[in-house]
Ligand binder design. Sequence first.
Ligand SMILES: NC(=O)C1=CN([C@@H]2O[C@H](COP(=O)(O)OP(=O)(O)OC[C@H]3O[C@@H](n4cnc5c(N)ncnc54)[C@H](OP(=O)(O)O)[C@@H]3O)[C@@H](O)[C@H]2O)C=CC1
Ligand SMILES: O=C1OC[C@@H](O)[C@H](O)[C@H]1O
Length: 398
Amino acid sequence: MASVLGLVKRIYTAFHPPASISTESQPIKFGILGAAAIAPPALIGPASNHPEAIVYAVAARDEGRATAYAKKHGIPKVYGGANGYQELLNDPEVDAIYNPLPNGLHYEWTMKALAAGKHVLLEKPSADTAEETRLMFELAERKGLVLLEAFHYRFHPAIQRVKVIIDSGELGAIKSIETNLAIPKGLIKDGDIRYDYSLGGGALMDMGCYTLNCIRYLSGSNPVEVLSASYEGYKPPSAPLDFTPNVDRRTTATLSLPNNVIATLTCDLGIPYRYGIIPNMPQINAIVRCEGGDIELFNFVMPTLYHSITVQSKDGTGGVKTRTEKVYKFAELQEPDMNDEEWWTTYRYQLEAFINKLKDRKPQTWLDKEDSVANIEWIEKIYAKGGLGSRPKSTYVP
Ligand SMILES: NC(=O)C1=CN([C@@H]2O[C@H](COP(=O)(O)OP(=O)(O)OC[C@H]3O[C@@H](n4cnc5c(N)ncnc54)[C@H](OP(=O)(O)O)[C@@H]3O)[C@@H](O)[C@H]2O)C=CC1
Ligand SMILES: O=C1OC[C@@H](O)[C@H](O)[C@H]1O
């Protein structure tokens, strides 16, 4: 009973965090490009609880939409219309940009934000191509600005605990890794940006970028080769019979990693119903099989809601010992300096790191240029192997 109440309280507080108490430190003022659905959980809510973060401005292509969004979320400054995004970038009050535009616009607007002298928290996947990602990070370096690809799950103690167990050698060498992020049909509607090739859509871009990132993070390596890749295409309801899909609704790929490790990823934006009527459960897990046992993290993407780490270790006499761990805050990992709470979402942890970086304090964890470039590079290689090819390169010339 107590644990059910704890779960309800944790989830409620994650989405209704207590307001922060202001400090002497000058807050970082954020501007958001686009009235995006992800901004409230990913930035607006977490910032309301961070003493050094303020969501100061939002821009949307439609002025009315921008105004309504600003009113709903208590954002003081609004930019709307055809020049709204650039006007927001030109605002000297804005220190940092949150870029949750469709993937195909990440490169253009991150380059423009950096050119305007703003730090950028950039939604995943960083861009449509590795070349664009490299150029964004190079510009950030030249300008002395912070650029972070928002792989929020990496900032949470749950995934970090799994990595610690693997790296401790308790389970021996890794043999294989499997990561899955798949949700039932109907949650992502037709017409969504994720199904639009011209905007950088596709399951591998949207959900697959996490599954690939997780394989790379847990193995501590980049793939050596894409052994196989296959996809199921997305067909809009109005598609003619001879329609050729250019967006993957689902992708599966097998990768070879150093030391003969084999990794498999699966991502799906809409698993079809069983028998046409029964929805499937979401699949959100990472399983690492090692010489001396296996470890599975259930729900590596939204661990605050609920997660479990199951460790099965061979005892040497043919038996298997199983234990389950849950890690909702860093204090449980003997990292009390974090001052976190078990209701902190992955986004709240991510914001903590981003602000620390901007304030020249050491973030608990960070993702660098090499990490982001490698992720999109291998997404492109998987698309190439599967036959769909990379998403379209941006036409924007800085
Ligand atoms: N970190 C995470 O957990 C998540 C990350 N994401 C990432 O965030 C990004 C946005 O996703 P999401 O919030 O779901 O998407 P939305 O469709 O809700 O938001 C995208 C925004 O992009 C703007 N936009 C500008 N040009 C276009 C265009 N040509 N077509 C459509 N929209 C346009 C729109 O802003 P305007 O208001 O100006 O019209 C819109 O608000 C993606 O990169 C996605 O991968 C998404 C969900 C979860
Ligand atoms: O980043 C994301 O995480 C959660 C998914 O449901 C969503 O489609 C994706 O964009």
